[in-house]
Structure formats: C-alpha cells, structure tokens
Design a protein around this ligand. Structure first.
Ligand SMILES: Cc1cc2nc3c(=O)[nH]c(=O)nc-3n(C[C@H](O)[C@H](O)[C@H](O)COP(=O)(O)OP(=O)(O)OC[C@H]3O[C@@H](n4cnc5c(N)ncnc54)[C@H](O)[C@@H]3O)c2cc1C
Length: 393
C-alpha cells in the first residue's frame, strides 16, 4: 500500500526547514540574487552546524519535503548550503560501503564542505555517450583528462573546502556508454583546476563552475563501481542509478519554488480583496479563478508524482520511471506556475519589489539539469512503450 505519512521526527524536521526558509533564507534572498558569487558564510556555518544537515543527506519523503520547504525560502541558497550534493548521491548510489564511509564521513565534522558531480562537457549534455573526458589506468592510479562545464558547487567543493567531485569519464571510447565510469576526485588533487564561474539567469547563490583535468592522478580505488566493461546495458547502470535519487529531489526543488509563487500570489490577491471561489461551477468562474485552480492542480499532480518516486526509493523498489515522470512534470509545472504568477500580478510581478520575477528565474533550471524536460519525457516514453534507447531517440 502506498503510504506518504511522515514519522513524527520527520514532521518536526520539515517544520524546522520551513522556519529556516522563512527566517534565514528569505531575508537575504534578494541580496544574494543581486550579488552573484558572494558567499553567505553566516548561513553556511549555521546550516552546517544544524542537525538538519544529517536529514538532508537521507533519502525519502521526509528529506524531499525538507528540500521543498528550503526551496520555498530560496532555491539558490538551498543549492548553496554545504552538503555532499550530487556527488554524495553518486557515491551513495554506486559506491561500496567502504567508499561511502571514506568519502562521506567528512560531512559529519570539521568545517563546511561541499560535494559536486561533473558529467556535462562543452560537446556533451543530454547525450552522455558523447563524453570525451578520459580515465586511463597507470599502475595504482587513474589519470584523468578533460573539461567539465556547469558543475554545481564545483568552486565551493574544490576551492573553498576539502570536499570532492564525482567525474564521469570514459575508460574506453570504443565501448560507448559501457565505457563510461564515475570517479571521485578529492579537493586539492594536483591536475584539477576550477577555471571559471558562470553568470546565470537564476539560482544565482549557487556556484556553477568549469573544472579542467590535466593528467590528474587519483587512487585506483576512487572508481565508483567496477572498472571492467560489461555489456552496454550493465556497464552504464551504476552511473545512471544516481538519477533515481536526484531526479525526485530536483522535483522537490521545483515544487518548493512553485509553492512560494502560489503562496505569494494568494497573499497579494487577499490584500486586494480578491477571493478564489472554489465552490463555483466551472462556467461561473472568473478567468483568474480558473487560472489559479489550474496552477494549484498542476502543482498537486507534480507533488504526488514526486512523493511516489520518493516512496519507492525509501522502500528500495525500482523508481527510474517514476523519478523521470516526477522530474519532467515538476520542472514544467514550476516553470508554468511561476510565469503565470508574474503574468497575473501585472507590473508588480515583473518588478523587483516582490519576489515573483525571481521565482520565475529560479524555477527554470529544474527543467534543465539532471536531464532536461524533453529527455525525461523520452525516458518515460521508452519505458512505458517498451522501446530501447536505440529504438526511440
Ligand atoms: C545552472 C546549471 C547547473 C548545472 N549543474 C550541473 C552539474 O552539477 N553537473 C553536470 O554534469 N551538469 C550540470 N548542468 C548541465 C545540465 O545538466 C545540462 O545543461 C543539461 O543536461 C542539458 O545538456 P546541454 O546543455 O548540453 O543541452 P543539449 O543536450 O544540447 O540540449 C539542448 C536542447 O535540446 C533538447 N534535446 C536534446 N536531445 C534531445 C532528444 N533526444 N530529444 C528531444 N530533445 C532533445 C534538450 O532538451 C534541450 O532543450 C547544469 C546546467 C545548468 C544550467
């Protein structure tokens, strides 16, 4: 039976996340939107020292709802807080118990740290088979070469802390997807350099880096999963398992921003004395009432898909299809809801006086990273219709 009920401890942590979002994130939201690449150290230290830190690295409905609440506060600041991030998800999904202990233990003590994951390259995003970065075995080491772009938290993981980055590289280009493996590179490893930071449309508090590898030598044990090249399907599975964890989390991020836009819209309508009459027949509603209810139902549908994908994850049942469904729906829903909120508020929606325009800019990324909306729809279509990757491109 599907059960989305939270444990009492999870409930109180989700409530705490909302308070943090309201009292710590919102007051500095606009400042860090307008001061891209500045580091909110007070917030980093506070978040690092909070008990919430452990809960954020867990997988399950409670953790996803916490993410949703924090992104209700500010999606950029949420992405910026010190956690193992996408790199941590990759280690959890594909690492051995020993690797998990070794690479993730650092997140429980010392100074704030970040984790990152680098897959995208100048010539490769959606089509992961096109990865050009290489990993060549040399005795007891792997030697990495290549360039990775748009790495979330690359700078903070590698320059500001002793975090790590999980890098996707090929051990054999001729093997295509099967030759692609992921490797953990720790901050301070010679041959790895953060080359530049992107200026972005939204989530500006989150750093997005270009990281270059030149004869970067890492221990043999830093490969996640096995080094052998298996069949096409098997070899790539470990790396892709990361997305079963991260896609529902991105859906939760999208839902947090969209909820923020809906809540603010309701607040502004209340101030103007405009009521949403839920009990009216469809043909008696105003256009605004119709739009608002459509936004609410779109949000709810995406929310249920996210909860289901997370419920499967915490019950350890396969969730790849539902993870993509949740991500595709929530990314699109958040984009449409936040745009509509700007539209319905008129000039006030477009001005920087309120946060509507920021919500619209912050929402869009959820339809891009961790597989674009189109790519996730493609994955859903393949799985529902029973086509292989080669049959439906
Ligand atoms: C702020 C930000 C943070 C990011 N963080 C990370 C990170 O931490 N790590 C990381 O590795 N990457 C990261 N990325 C990169 C992101 O994952 C890629 O941008 C994304 O996967 C798309 O790849 P691409 O940019 O190469 O676009 P392309 O793959 O070139 O796609 C361009 C357009 O074509 C569409 N398209 C492509 N193929 C198909 C198809 N077969 N069918 C239908 N439509 C298709 C896409 O949906 C898209 O709309 C980040 C990007 C941004 C903007």
């Amino acid at each position: 039976m599907i059960d989305f009920e939270l444990l009492p401890t999870e409930k109180s942590t989700v409530e705490l996340a909302h308070e943090i979002a309201q009292n710590l994130f919102r007051p500095i939201s606009r400042y860090y939107d307008e001061h891209e690449h500045e580091d909110p150290w007070d917030l980093f230290d506070t978040m690092w020292n909070l008990r919430l830190k452990g809960s954020l690295t867990a997988v399950g409905i409670g953790a996803a709802l916490m993410v949703q609440e924090l992104c209700w506060g500010d999606a950029g600041l949420y992405s910026a807080i010190p956690t193992p991030g996408l790199g941590g998800a990759a280690v959890r999904a594909a690492g051995t118990p020993e690797q998990r202990r070794h690479f993730l233990a650092r997140f429980t003590n010392g100074k704030p740290k970040w984790g990152a994951m680098a897959m995208t390259e100048p010539g490769c995003g959606s089509d992961t088979a096109a990865i050009q970065a290489t990993a060549v075995r040399d005795g007891d080491y792997w030697v990495l070469n290549g360039e990775k772009i748009f790495v979330t938290m690359g700078h903070r993981a590698l320059d500001l802390s002793d975090g790590f980055i999980v890098v996707w590289a090929t051990v054999d280009k001729a093997a295509g997807r099967a030759g692609i493996k992921s490797f953990v590179v720790e901050a301070g490893t010679p041959g790895m350099k953060v080359e530049k930071l992107e200026k972005k449309l939204g989530i500006k508090a989150s750093d997005t880096a270009t990281v270059v590898f030149e004869n970067c030598r890492i221990p043999l044990n830093n490969i996640l999963g096995k080094a052998e090249i298996k069949t096409k399907a098997e070899g790539f599975k470990g790396a892709m398992a990361t997305f079963d964890i991260t896609r529902p989390v991105i859906a939760a991020q999208a839902l947090g921003v969209a909820r923020a836009a809906l809540d603010l819209l309701k607040e502004e309508l209340d101030k103007k004395g405009i009521e949403i009459r839920y009990d009216l027949a469809h043909n008696r509603q105003t256009a605004l009432e119709h739009d608002f209810m459509e936004m609410e139902s779109n949000w709810r549908a995406a929310h249920l898909l996210m909860l289901r994908a997370m419920w499967q994850l915490q019950g350890r049942t396969p969730n790849a299809l539902e993870a993509s469904m949740a991500k595709a729906k929530a990314g699109r829903a958040a984009t449409l809801i936040t745009q509509k909120a700007v539209e319905l508020m008129g000039p006030l929606g477009y001005s920087r006086k309120l946060l509507f325009e920021k919500f619209m800019r912050d929402a869009k990324i959820n339809d891009i990273f961790e597989g674009t909306g189109q790519i996730n729809m493609l994955i859903v279509a393949r799985r529902v219709l029973g086509f292989t990757r080669d049959q439906l491109k």
